[in-house]
Design a protein around this ligand. Structure first.
Ligand code: BG6
Length: 513
């Protein structure tokens, strides 16, 4: 079929190999939540902006029996509801004409035989060129079966005339180091590491990518970005949502596995890493993994001081009464799963030795806000009085979401004859500076996977290094015994008082972002 000519703005000023090749995207778990809420809306927006190649096809694969037309109409409803831009009927028809669906059990070899025939037919009739992009958007328990069946069916190789096959793997990659290794080995049996794209959707967020630009495209911040000038760093990922019907999953995960092992550690890596030698995917990932290797391992003797685990009880969020975690569906009445975690971690390297990084993440906090804040050291000698108030340290806060931007807080003189000073902020906001809100993370990530650019995806050694830390953390917690304290916080609060005490011991306090 004649495709729309790809716009390919990525090509402007760049070599032609950044043009997305023709190919087929196969989404396993296509009837699920992720496909409906994130993937199809992202594909629609990419199509609308003409980022996709001229010839492509989208093949949904899932257990639910339905035909091509029903699949397309289900996705129409999903895109209408979740797309950041409104749906244009003509464009949607064009996109829908490239969509098809295969119903199969993920274990069933016959399903993969049908998929293979279907993909070859698309190569002939739609010009998809033998290139394949598989997307594992199923529950993680299905990942090994899908990978193995793909391999057994020879689908890990490109189709006739094709140049590449890639596989995108959603989180979680394992639930500890052993299971992550096992899954990675299964994947690498058929898919070499260069064709594996492990997703952490935080890396697709514009503000997260901007951390590197901010640090390494400007000369003025990097000289200050170290233990000599930075007193400490706070990384906050707060959510106002609860577990939203995902009680079963969350009981197994908890805040540490759900948020810290992946998203928060990625923020930590980008904040703390050394400048990479180039923008090549591996140059960046080499530096990130060094940060994880520099993390001081948790120990039973210190873990009570260096961490706080807590669970929310009933409270009020956004003016609405909400139940406690233990009252949520599919959550045990005596659950000890943490919905909030705060950690004090240290990086044992030259840049950061002795500088604490405080990490916290929780569900049912007063609002949804994620930020990385560097608090600088106080002046060596105070010349100006603060009028009795506590001096406000210089702080650089990178707001990941919402109200994306960066603020720098410093002291300024209040106009008038008195030598009075007051903290003020200098601000950069995406909305104001660029006149647009940042696009959805999944748009960027899908496009990059299609282009074969692995920069924003997690390499095997990264995921394993972060699980190694998390395993040690859980071992340290277990050593405290089954009765070790699990703090409580009312839904709608900024977390348990124990977390405030943790910082107060260091003479510091949490920000209220
Ligand atoms: C997911 C977690 O990875 O990230 C969820 O499983 C969490 O529990 C979500 O709500 C947060 O993502 P975002 O983009 O809304 O910050």
């Amino acid at each position: 079929m004649a495709g729309r000519e790809p716009r390919n703005p990525l090509r402007e000023g760049m070599s032609d190999d950044r043009a997305p090749d023709a190919g087929a995207l196969v989404i396993f778990g296509a009837s699920g939540d992720l496909a409906r809420r994130k993937l199809l809306p992202a594909l629609y927006n990419l199509y609308l902006e003409r980022w996709l190649p001229g010839a492509f096809a989208i093949v949904g694969v899932a257990r639910r029996p339905m035909g091509d037309a029903e699949f397309a109409s289900t996705m129409h409803a999903a895109v209408a509801e979740h797309s950041r831009r409104s749906l244009d009927a003509t464009l949607w028809e064009e996109l829908a004409s490239r969509m098809s669906y295969i119903a199969t059990d993920f274990e069933d070899p016959q399903g993969y035989a049908r998929l293979r025939m279907h993909l070859e037919q698309l190569d002939r009739e739609r010009g998809t060129g033998g290139n394949r992009l598989y997307y594992l958007a199923t529950p993680p328990s299905a990942f090994p079966a899908i990978v193995l069946r793909l391999g057994e069916a020879g689908l890990h190789r490109a189709g006739p005339g094709g140049r590449w096959v890639r596989i995108v793997v959603e989180k979680p990659v394992g639930r500890d180091l052993a299971s992550a290794r096992e899954l990675n080995e299964t994947i690498n049996r058929y898919f070499p590491e260069r064709s594996v794209f492990r997703i952490d959707h935080y890396l697709g967020k514009e503000t997260v990518q901007n951390l590197m630009v901010f640090r390494f495209a400007n000369a003025i911040f990097e000289p200050l970005w170290n233990r000599q000038y930075v007193d400490h760093v706070q990384i906050t990922v707060a959510e106002s949502l609860g577990v939203e019907g995902r009680g079963r999953y969350y009981e197994e995960a908890g805040a540490t596995r759900d948020m810290v092992q992946n998203h928060m550690f990625q923020l930590l890596c980008l904040t703390a890493m050394e400048p990479p030698v180039s923008l090549a995917a591996d140059a960046i990932r080499d530096e990130k993994v060094k940060v994880l290797h520099a993390l001081r391992p948790p120990e039973a003797a210190r873990v009570a001081e260096d961490s706080v685990r807590a669970q929310y009880v009933a409270g009020v969020v956004g003016g609405r009464r909400v139940p406690g975690y233990r009252e949520e569906p599919a959550v045990a009445a005596d659950s000890r799963t943490e919905t909030y975690v705060a950690l004090r971690v240290f990086l044992d390297n030259w840049r950061w030795a002795g500088t604490p990084f405080y990490l916290r993440s929780g569900k049912r906090m007063p609002k949804r806000v994620s930020e990385v804040a560097l608090q600088f050291r106080d002046v060596p000698h105070r010349l100006f009085g603060t009028g009795g108030r506590r001096p406000v340290p210089n702080t650089l806060a990178v707001r990941i979401q919402p109200d994306e931007g960066i603020t720098l807080r410093f002291d300024a003189k209040v106009p008038g004859p008195q030598p009075r000073i007051q903290p003020v902020t200098m601000e950069f906001r995406y909305g104001t500076s660029f006149g647009q809100e940042p696009p959805e993370a999944y748009e960027r990530l899908l496009l990059d996977a299609w282009l074969g650019d692995a920069t924003l995806f997690i390499r095997r050694d990264e995921v394993e290094a972060s699980w190694a830390f998390v395993d040690q953390l859980f071992a340290a917690w277990e050593a405290l015994g089954p009765e070790a304290p699990l703090a409580e916080y009312p839904a709608g609060s900024w977390g348990p008082s124990e977390a405030d005490v943790m910082l107060a011991r260091d003479g510091r306090q949490w920000r209220r972002p």
